[in-house]
Design a protein around this ligand. Sequence first.
Ligand SMILES: [Zn+2]
Length: 153
Amino acid sequence: MNKEKKTLKIKLIKKGIAIDHIKHGKATEVLGILGISNDFPDSVTLAMNIPSREMGRKDIVKVENRDLDPKEMNKIAIIAPHATINWINNYKVVRKMPVSLPEEIIGIVRCPNPSCITNKEREPVKSVFHVMQKDPLILRCKYCEREVSEEEI
Ligand SMILES: [Zn+2]
């Protein structure tokens, strides 16, 4: 593939974030995490199924005029453990950071065990999961010890 085609595929943005190395097929989930829907005012670029030397195929998401908070980065790490966040300013990458899963994931993932204390209707406790394995992801509920795999999240 020539260089010109490559730049067409992945539009440059002036300011915002580019999330690279997303596991192929997960780009729309990343948009969901960012809360981006049809009424988002700025440009959003989705590149799916991009050939990648390390990953075979990958997805890329670029969002103009948007930043990420730590909670959003944790959520992205859950579904795309190899993702890299690029912060862009004036068409240049000014900061680059891989997402990383914390040891504990608090208040993001729902425990699939209906009788878990975190699923009580009255005064439910915030869910806490220990990361047992990162890729493929295995989490364990701190309260009921139920293990959760990536497909269940
Ligand atoms: Zn539980």
